[in-house]
Design a protein. Sequence first.
Length: 199
Amino acid sequence: MRLLIQSIRQTILWTVLAGLAYPLVMTGVAQLLFRRQANGSLIERNGAVVGSELLAQQFTGDKYFWPRPSADSYATVPSGASNLGPTSQALQSNVTANAAAFRAGNKLAAGATVPADMVFTSGSGIDPHISPEAARLQIARVAASRGLAESDVKVVVERFVEPPQWGVFGEPRVNVLKLNVAMDDLQPQKAEGTASTKG
């Protein structure tokens, strides 16, 4: 009986400490010191939330920079990779189709090299970044569609090239949502062709 009472007390104590007190304290600290990050790193435009800088979303239309392909149609639940292996015929077909679509959409030569991030899906399916090279290859299309000079669009793209994390980890990258919001701020467009969050 004595051991039973001790077990019950320990269960109650650690439930209160680890299951209630600790999460509340951490939530309070996060809201106090890292409010924006704790709330999802949301991006607002004209007072409305248009998405999170941490999650990719599908952009359609020539006026916008396209994100990398997604194995789950940019759904946040469940997100993930295709899990197709290097010998998979489905993977080869997807890569070929993605490369062809990117070349056609951006009026590249049939044999033009397409950045890997524009033909392969990410491990999460919702990677918000593309490589600077992938963004630069889309400048002509976006500029023509918006009636802007390519040089003006290039300036915006280069402004959003992020260096490797702490200058060491990863590769330079461009956040697609931030870039597209900046393009709309530069030249507001109608709702047609804007982002749509899946899932």
